[in-house]
Ligand binder design. Structure first.
Ligand code: GAP
Length: 441
């Protein structure tokens, strides 16, 4: 099948929509903004939460072999010495002597030409720049008080391997999953929330007997690709790409990326890595604590190997936005609609009384009370109903429930579906069940 050509205007359209409808705002905007940091607004926070909930549901809730964790963000230098981040978590940095801009050498199209001022041969020698944010704990600065903001959530799972093994009654193969903020002092953040210095990750470390590592690596590559498809990503905008040997991280013997076709081309959403026994061995050596599993039945001790699906929550939310964006002409008017999967859509239902008049207040409150315990509901009484439908289309709400003056007589309401705009009249008494049938939850 021919590869779809990304719409070059899609990026700007989505960024504008994000600002206009309250998905994402530039951080500290009233102070002129703070480069490449973003705040998630009332609608964006719901989208991001739904991405994380959908991941957690699939990775933890629906499995018997994965448990959760929420580890600390601040961590002492020995952790990062053992993990290899102090020595290896670097990017090659070059400065342009002419315009003073800084770049990541490995991301330059032409390593001899400055993309900012266009001059040739103006770059300094490349220097290795460590991406970890460093700060100090307590009032005293300097050596001995240094701490790092974690650049990945993964290390929390390795540090707690023994704790979890002893308390959770799990044995390999089993996983530890975590969602949380990570920080990287990226040289060139950009493409909106795609690459930022503060971002959220969704990572799982799956500990397996060494001879099962390859088979679990294959399993998780497939399972993670399927997760995106199950949540509405079109397969023609999604691919699984195995890394070449020279791309592999210092810990990995095999990695595949789930990639999405962004407006600028294919780029990474998630990496699935076969990390071998690197992490547990490193932390055991550096901490002096044995990190292994004793298989009583076989009477043998071994260091489990690790398969790691590591995704970005904020980056994935952006990909869902890009994939969902659509424009169409309806009755000579242009309609923008985000065709989110219902589990990803910020609001599941919008409750829309036709009029602000007092008569409809009581029954509208009743409908809201009925639905709110089950679904994230928006409630909107302003403007003409057509404009309110358009607003809900633009934030991707799968269903609107409209309450009109007939409702007072027949105790029925209208369900309006986002994609087809088809309407169905249903009694309030069966509304929740009908929505449940249509949504599948
Ligand atoms: N523990 C392995 C690890 O962290 P990674 O490929 O460096 O692997 C995993 O990161 C995911 O985290 C990436 O696929 C991406 O989705 C997300 N990510 C990494 N750096 C990011 C950044 N600066 N901004 C937004 N998301 C980022």
């Amino acid at each position: 099948m021919a590869e779809p050509t990304p719409d070059p205007e899609l990026f700007d359209k989505v960024v504008n929509l994000c600002k206009r409808r309250g998905f994402v705002f530039p951080s500290a905007e009233i102070y002129g903004g703070f480069r490449s940091t973003y705040d998630y607004g009332p609608v964006g926070v719901l989208l991001l939460r739904n991405v994380k909930d959908a991941w957690w549901r699939s990775m933890v809730q629906l499995r018997h072999d994965v448990v959760g964790l929420d580890a600390s963000i601040l961590s002492p230098p020995p952790v990062w010495e053992a993990s290899g981040h102090l020595a290896n978590f670097t990017d090659p940095l070059v400065d342009c002597r002419e315009c003073k801009e800084r770049f990541r050498l490995d991301k330059l199209e032409d390593p001899d030409t400055c993309p900012s001022c266009g001059k040739h041969g103006t770059f300094t020698e490349a220097r290795q720049f460590n991406l970890m944010f460093k700060t100090h704990a307590g009032p005293v600065e300097g050596k001995g008080h240094e701490v790092f903001l974690r650049p990945e959530t993964a290390q929390g799972m390795f540090l707690n391997f023994k704790n979890v093994l002893e308390t959770s009654r799990k044995k390999p193969p089993f996983g530890i999953a975590q969602i949380g903020k990570s920080f990287r002092n990226e040289i060139t953040p950009g493409n909106f929330v795609f690459r930022t210095r503060e971002f959220e990750q969704m990572e799982m470390e799956f500990f397996v007997p060494p001879d099962e590592a390859e088979q679990w690596y294959e399993y998780w590559c497939g399972a993670r690709y399927d997760w995106y498809v199950e949540h509405g990503m079109p397969t023609e905008q999604l691919r699984l790409r195995p890394h070449d040997a020279d791309e592999l991280s210092h810990y990995s013997s095999g990695t595949s990326d789930v990639e999405f076709l962004f407006p600028w081309g294919w780029d990474e959403l998630e990496g699935i890595a076969n990390r071998g026994d690197f992490d547990l061995t490193q932390h055991a050596e550096h901490s002096g604590t044995k990190l292994e599993y004793y298989d009583q039945q076989a009477n043998e001790r071994y260091v489990p190997h690790v398969i790691e699906p590591a995704a970005g929550a904020t980056r994935t939310a952006m990909a869902f936005l890009m994939a969902a964006y659509d424009e169409e002409t309806v009755n000579d008017e242009q309609r923008t609609v985000l065709r989110f999967h219902p589990r990803i859509a910020p609001y599941t239902v919008a409750v829309l009384p036709l009029s602000k008049k007092d008569d409809l207040v009581g029954v509208s409150d009743e409908v809201l009370d009925l639905l709110q315990p089950h679904y994230m509901c928006d409630f909107d009484v302003t403007q003409a109903i057509g404009r309110r439908y358009r607003r809900q289309d633009e934030i991707g709400t799968p269903y609107c429930v409209t309450i009109d003056f007939d409702t007072l007589e027949d105790r029925s309401v209208t369900i309006r579906e986002r994609d087809s705009m088809a309407q169905e009249r249903v009694p309030i008494e069966g509304l929740r069940e009908r929505l449940g049938e249509r949504l599948g939850f």
